[in-house]
Ligand binder design. Structure first.
Ligand SMILES: *Cc1c(COP(=O)(O)O)cnc(C)c1O
Length: 391
């Protein structure tokens, strides 16, 4: 079993050598400059732009404030069409901007917003589409852009999981009007806490940078109702240390993903969330779906079995955002209007996924899943509670 007895979580932050980070802190101490577009964050902005293959990057103190600012910077209002299958922040930033979220169902293959369902949700009040490249799987960016162009809408992407994703060699941050990235420690590339916006339109740069610094133009003029979204130098220093580690970590994760796939691919009722052809994987999560009908038991059963072994996968994204009490009364939040998302939320499971995950733990996880399937099929007359007891 899990011999170390240390709990196995779904991820673990990528950490640089402590001495290297300390050297970096020394230079901050010398500079006595801790925030407000310091040298470290200027350098990181350039390096992130290079890594992501984008022309414009603005760093933030976290991804949520970055997304909040993106919505402000485009002057969105009224209604925004978005996905219920995401982290709470995606929808909350709309509410914080006084915008009504309109939930659109997702595609069963990609788990991203379904472009075939968007147009029926557009009203005279719609100002934008907010898609999420969930688990690093790209949205149907071309179809979405066509819809947006037809109706004069803006497009924002929550790319929190998509750092390094590419579609046919095209960097993910180049699609839509603005893309948000999160640099929270659960994300592959992180700055302790942090985030960024990427965008093609050079003209947005001044407005975004003003908005993230209280709207302060100079010592005499404050020209916009801004917020404090600035990245500090300690975080930027972390980012400069972590960024060079990202490619090797992605390589290790790709190997772990292959291992998981080879063991789980043919388990009845288990399907693996995969990248479409031509997409470079960000390696942010490894996600499976457990279909009760073919597996014989359900996702929650597998979750409990792993938990008993001190292994903690996550049920991302359960519950759907549309089920939160603050949104559930919206007509677009009705489960009947979101049949695919409602099905998927009961099936998804994010398995532990990070470069240092020991091979025997991966093997244990797969064994538990495979055994759960066999047991369930052998004892299909048992109740779920009994199955947990037997396992
Ligand atoms: C992590 C995450 C966010 C929030 O980013 P923070 O940097 O933690 O504020 C937003 N959306 C998604 C999909 C995320 O996973």
């Amino acid at each position: 079993m899990n011999r170390s007895k240390e709990p196995i979580m779904v991820t673990r932050p990528l950490l640089p050598e402590i001495d290297s980070y300390k050297d970096s802190l020394d230079s901050i101490w010398e500079s006595k400059w801790l925030s407000n577009n310091g040298r470290k964050s200027q350098k990181l902005e350039v390096e992130v732009a290079n890594y992501l293959g984008v022309n414009n990057v603005s760093l933030f103190n976290n991804g949520t404030i970055a997304l909040l600012t993106a919505v402000q910077s485009l002057r969105l209002q009224g209604e925004v069409i978005t996905t219920p299958f995401s982290f709470p922040a995606t929808t909350h930033v709309l509410a914080w901007n006084g915008i009504q979220p309109v939930f659109c169902d997702i595609c069963p293959e990609t788990l991203t917003i379904d472009p075939k369902r968007i147009e029926e949700l557009i009203t005279a009040r719609t100002s934008a589409i907010l898609g999420v490249h969930v688990f690093g799987v790209p949205c149907y960016v071309e179809e979405i852009q066509k819809i947006a162009d037809r109706h004069g809408l803006r497009v924002i992407y929550d790319g929190a999981h998509a750092f390094g994703t590419e579609i046919d060699g095209k960097p993910i941050g180049t699609f839509g009007d603005i893309t948000m990235f999160s640099f929270h420690p659960t994300k592959l590339f992180h700055t302790g806490e942090g985030g960024a916006l990427t965008f093609n339109d050079e003209n947005l740069k001044d407005r975004i940078n003003l908005l993230k610094n209280f709207g302060i133009k100079n010592q005499e003029e404050v020209i916009l109702p801004g917020i404090n979204g600035k990245m500090n130098e300690l975080s930027a220093a972390m980012g400069l240390e972590v960024l060079p580690l990202v490619d090797a970590e992605r390589q290790r994760r790709a190997e772990i993903r292959n291992l998981y796939c080879s063991r789980l691919e043919n388990v009845p009722g288990v399907s693996i969330v995969k990248m479409p052809n031509g997409v470079k994987n960000s390696e942010q999560y490894f996600v499976i779906r457990i279909s009760e009908k073919d597996f014989g038991s359900n996702r929650d059963h597998v979750f409990e079995l792993l938990k008993e072994r001190n292994i903690f996968p996550r049920k991302y994204f359960y519950p759907l955002i549309s089920k939160y009490p603050c949104y559930s009364a919206l007509s677009s939040a009705r489960p009947e209007a979101l049949p695919v998302a409602t099905q998927i939320e009961s099936e998804v499971l994010c398995l532990p996924f990070y470069g240092e995950l020991p091979l025997e733990v991966i093997s244990n996880i797969c064994n538990v899943i495979i055994a759960a399937c066999r047991k369930s099929q052998a004892g299909s007359k048992m109740t779920n509670r009994e199955k947990v007891d037997v396992a």
